[in-house]
Design a protein around this ligand. Structure first.
Ligand SMILES: *Cc1c(COP(=O)(O)O)cnc(C)c1O
Length: 375
């Protein structure tokens, strides 16, 4: 089966190179390659072996099916690689994880800690867990001043505390003041816990933006998603130039039309041609994961020129104004939705900014809604 109308391409080499580069930046810390949400839409099953080969110490996941996909890949390395769940588990998830998936869980409440400890005691083993300290993310975990609770957890018989972690709320923002406050708060709690946990415990705070921007001293593990895929969660900072986007999205032109001035285009008639125009129809829409919110806002590269999306994004069609493209444009010609053409580039970040979103949303939809070709 050939998919002619859209090409979502994922480069294993770029993924591998990005991971190697990040490994070098963070050495001697361990690296957790974050592959939740189907590897941010890039395909977990296809890329997990690459992550492992590139030297991931951990793979970060959210759900049990994600963990299962990795465990059944077949290689010894995939059976053994450490998995870290990047959110709080449900009780049923914990049972399965402890019995067969061997996921290292975050612990953010006494209730969950006791649950895991009892499960460990029942099975005669100590379950490896990471204590989650909420220093400002505000979603889960213990506050750094819940010292009595933290001490109590350290004394539970069925768990082995292998990590102490926190998560940054705005390490990708313009100003890093809040991130530095979070770090300070985290190390206060870490200090108190020193007397109660093994000195080898992995401390970890850094996501992609922090790994690129903030000194990692004191951390023995980083959790990096976006940067491994060569993207940023905001345009307020730059990635090192070695990090390249792993995914690109292209389509082709299904029709070129001469449209007179004064005609409306698309559902809701939200665009009216202001001049005699050349309009290209492209065979992708939000059914292919092109964000519907990009109506009258998206940009597409044709013959190396940025061309505006005009009118609504339909389910399977967008319309693009190519009047200003100097070269002739023909039926079947390539149109780049995300990636490079000639010497121009459209990045996930700039497209996401146009509708106040984040690269992941576009990566995800493109990956979920289309067949991916791995190159
Ligand atoms: C998703 C996630 C990460 C990775 O974030 P990126 O910005 O993609 O690097 C790290 N830590 C936790 C807890 C996460 O949920």
């Amino acid at each position: 089966m050939n998919q002619h109308h859209i090409e979502v391409s994922v480069s294993r080499d770029k993924f591998k190179n990005n991971i190697s580069h990040i490994r070098n930046i963070v050495k001697p810390s361990q690296l957790c390659v974050v592959m939740k949400a189907n590897a941010y839409g890039h395909g977990l099953e296809s890329l997990a072996p690459t992550a492992i080969a590139a030297g991931a110490d951990y793979i970060g996941i959210c759900t049990n099916p994600e963990a299962t996909i990795i465990r059944i890949l077949g290689s010894d390395a995939a059976k053994k690689i450490k998995l870290l769940r990047l959110r709080m588990a449900l009780p049923e998830e914990l049972n399965e994880s402890i019995d067969s998936l061997n996921i290292e869980e975050q612990i953010g409440s006494i209730e969950a800690a006791k649950y895991v400890s009892e499960a460990g005691v029942k099975r005669g083993k100590k379950i490896p867990v990471h204590i989650n300290i909420d220093t400002g993310m505000g979603r889960s975990g213990f506050f750094s001043n819940q010292i009595e609770e933290l001490k109590l957890i350290c004394g539970l018989p069925g768990i082995n505390i292998v990590g102490i972690m926190t998560h940054f709320a705005s390490s990708d923002g313009q100003d890093l003041d809040f991130t530095h406050k979070q770090i300070e708060d985290f190390y206060k709690a870490r200090q108190v816990l020193n007397n109660y946990v093994d000195h080898n415990v992995l401390t970890h705070t850094h996501n992609s933006a922090a790994t690129v921007r903030v000194n990692n001293e004191g951390n023995r593990l980083v959790r990096v998603g976006a940067a491994c895929y060569g993207v940023r969660t905001s345009q307020d900072f730059q990635n090192p130039p070695e990090l390249e986007p792993v995914m690109s999205v292209k389509t082709r032109i299904a029709q070129v039309r001469e449209v007179p001035s004064g005609k409306t285009i698309g559902y809701g008639s939200l665009f009216t041609t202001q001049r005699d125009s050349l309009i290209a129809s492209l065979p992708v829409g939000f059914g292919e994961g092109y964000p519907r919110a990009l109506f009258n806002k998206g940009i597409v590269l044709i013959k190396g020129h940025p061309c505006p999306v005009v009118g609504r994004v339909s389910l399977n069609i967008i319309t693009v104004d190519i009047t200003d493209v100097p070269e002739p444009v023909r039926w079947g010609d390539e149109a780049v939705l995300i990636g490079t053409q000639g010497n121009k580039e459209i990045t996930f970040e700039e497209l996401a900014d146009k509708f106040a979103s984040v690269h992941t949303e576009i990566n995800l939809m493109a990956g979920f809604m289309n067949q991916i070709s791995y190159v």
